[in-house]
Design a protein around this ligand. Structure first.
Ligand code: PPE
Length: 308
């Protein structure tokens, strides 16, 4: 069960957690046309900061735009609302879930007059793939479900409907005893995890699939930026399944998953079967940056004062 906090921001005001409800005929509940974000705030020596808040809110509004959902709130309204939600709940480290959805009104798939509603919740959420997963790496399996192609969905957007595909893949591999799935695209090339981008390291180069069917992850971008600044060569490529098997290192990135090493894929040990040196270096740097232990990229940290 998730750990409840006190307040949820709904359509412009904070309401008590237990009263943040919607009608069962809420349009998005039936047709999965909703766009959302996953954001984290971290506590560090200089207080609590939300990681790349503006980029997440901009992606939410852009996801809405391509889905014919005009945000009733501006980016700056939503940035302020996020800060208020974290602050008023007195949260220091937490996960933040904004969602924009089609509200109650008409039914049927062409309900153009229904209100567009927005809410923002925040709660304490630990590691996505386990503490041990973060430190020792996880076991991944390529799913038999494909990542949908660009003429089926709009892959740049973070849409609730996309996560039906993610859940099918995740359930399949979890029930087979693995920790996480890897989805290939309709051509058989590597796409991403059900809720993460994927990276490999081979010949000292950090490689990740091109932005075709994968989400333009904000953690993906942060890791590529940090790696380049560290002097590591970064390459966005078309990757095959055997590129994964032959990699020296592999890891997932995502807001929820953070930087999670992958130690095994489809029963092939990756490198030595332990998180590799590039992965560990980037993982440490990532955590130092999000917590403000490292002073670099202050523009990625939006301050919050818990209690306010
Ligand atoms: N790909 C997918 C499909 C995805 O869902 C995420 C985030 C990413 C890549 C990484 O994106 P970013 O967070 O901007 O680095 N997945 C969110 C939801 C996970 C969930 O189970 O819910 C998240 O990490 O918050």
């Amino acid at each position: 069960m998730l750990k409840e906090s006190q307040w949820i921001w709904m359509d412009g005001a904070l309401v008590p957690w237990k009263e943040a409800n919607v009608h069962v005929l809420t349009h998005s509940l039936h047709y999965a046309m909703a766009v959302f974000e996953g954001i984290r705030a971290y506590e560090g020596p200089h207080g609590t900061h939300v990681f790349r808040l503006k980029e997440h809110i901009d992606r939410l509004i852009n996801s809405g735009k391509v889905m014919h959902m005009a945000s009733p709130f501006t980016a700056s309204d939503l940035i302020q609302a996020t800060v208020e939600t974290v602050g008023r709940n007195s949260l220091s480290s937490c996960y933040i879930r904004p969602i924009m959805y089609v509200g109650y009104g008409d039914m049927g798939i062409y309900a153009r007059q229904n209100p567009i509603r927005v809410s923002i919740a925040a709660w304490e959420w630990g590691t996505y793939l386990g503490e041990e997963g973060l430190s020792r790496g996880i076991r991944a399996k390529v799913s038999s479900y494909q990542r949908f192609g660009v003429n089926s969905f709009l892959n740049r957007a973070k849409v609730s409907a996309h996560y039906v595909n993610s859940q099918l893949a995740k359930w399949e591999v979890k029930m087979a005893g693995y920790d996480e799935a890897i989805l290939l695209d309709h051509e058989g090339f590597v796409a991403e995890g059900p809720g993460e981008n994927i990276f490999i390291v081979s010949d000292g180069v950090l490689r990740t699939p091109v932005l075709k069917t994968v989400l333009d992850g904000i953690t993906r971008d942060a890791i590529m930026t940090l790696a380049r600044e560290e002097g590591i060569r970064v390459s966005e490529e078309i990757l095959t399944r055997d590129d994964l098997y032959l990699a020296d290192e592999a890891f997932f990135t995502g807001t929820a998953a953070e930087v999670t090493p992958i130690r095994e894929i489809d029963e092939r040990m990756i490198g030595s079967g332990k998180p590799g040196p590039v992965t560990l270096r980037l993982q440490k740097l990532f955590f130092d940056v999000v917590r403000g232990i490292s002073p670099i990229h202050p523009e990625w940290r939006h301050p919050v004062i818990p209690g306010q």
